[in-house]
Design a protein around this ligand. Sequence first.
Ligand code: LLP
Length: 467
Amino acid sequence: MSVNTLAPSWLSVPDDANALPASVWSQNAVRSTSGELEIAGVTATALAEQFGTPVYVVDEADVTARARSIRESFEREFALVGSSAKVYYAGKAFLSTEVARWVTDAGLNIDVASGGELAVALAAGVDPARLGLHGNNKSLAEIDRAVSVGIGAIVIDSVVEIERVAEAASRHGRIQPVRLRINSGVHASTHEYLATAREDQKFGIPLADAAAVVAQIRSHGALEFLGLHSHIGSQIFESDGFAEAARRLFEVHAELLKDGPVPELNLGGGFGIAYTSVDHALAVPEIARRFADIVATGAAALGIPVPVIAVEPGRAVIGPSTTTIYTVGTIKAVLVDGVAIRTYVSVDGGMSDNIRPALYGADYSARIVSRGSAADPVLVRVAGKHCESGDILVHAEYLPGDVHPGDLLGIPATGAYGWAMASNYNYLARPPVVAVINGAARLIVRGETEADLLSRDVGVPRTDVSA
Ligand code: LLP
């Protein structure tokens, strides 16, 4: 088959448009003998029949295996240099009570970024001492709740927050452990909206101010300074940015030791994952090894102890675990510029269940998952059902040319920032989240119903209200 001139240069015609590249699909995703997708022993058709579509399907064993392997990699590498590591799961990527239990059972802590995320972690029964609270504008109520439940750490993001946290800690008679978020100035190579450590952005305080701000923190008896924190961005593939941020922070870390203890150094999250077969994610053990090298070399040169390292990946833990299954509704072959045909495959979800392609231009891949097909591949664009042309789920992919209405379509690697950023645009109900493991599927977050969609509109006549 010849290359479609509308295809982006990175996308090649696949030898097999049914293949499930292991770098992109969850660990327990395979084609069954009949050709359909099976995740942890449950077929796509069975999932669609039981839960409807769209549905987010989480490969539970994939999540726990990744969580464990990230923790073990960091623990191993830092043990080798005479220290230890703490891994937080960044719950913003996707948090539910089940997920909170999976990751904490795998030995991770959880990083929450709002009162709502804190509430989910607490509802899951997670020990508050294993939680950290982030946010560039935490409300007084969020700070108060976090301090009152005994949260393990609060990441102070601006000078004004020092007094707010200290006041809450005094009021509750607690000594609150805190980290200080630094803007390291490192420019991580990723989409502009995802890079959080450039100078011109809202997070953290400049590296140059760190010493004075830490002195202010240390002046409060109700605060315990844990260390510096840096998060340079998200979906990062090169290790250079992490290495540079670690080096810059470590210099200041060493300075701060002259005036008191600095037990930890938190280097954030942001480890990239593969969304298409041309993405090459850094192996987590390699990231861990590089972090350990930098910190250990720096410590030896300065004659100081290697600090406990903390990291907080979200996407790398949950992203690859999830496949969203949709039903194909309509298909349109569109002649573009009179030269080539782009086939629009429209499915029953869209930008309300995955905003990332529309928001960041993120690329994803797709497969027909209800059957295998030997048809020649055609270039498709997977579109949603929303009322705007930017409602795209997969910009470009080759699917078997016999793709037709009623086929189930799977989009892999939708576990991070998919459900978490879902909306009710066009009054679409947010889909359910289903966990599969050992041949069984169970609901972990139910899908919304029409009643849910109407429930907060106070103008809807209520026939069921007796008073
Ligand atoms: N720590 C902090 C302080 C963060 O702000 C973030 C992500 C993380 C850790 C986890 O980053 P991860 O390991 O998941 O990359 N909505 C965007 C991503 C925004 C990330 C925000 N902060 C997306 O869909 O790509």
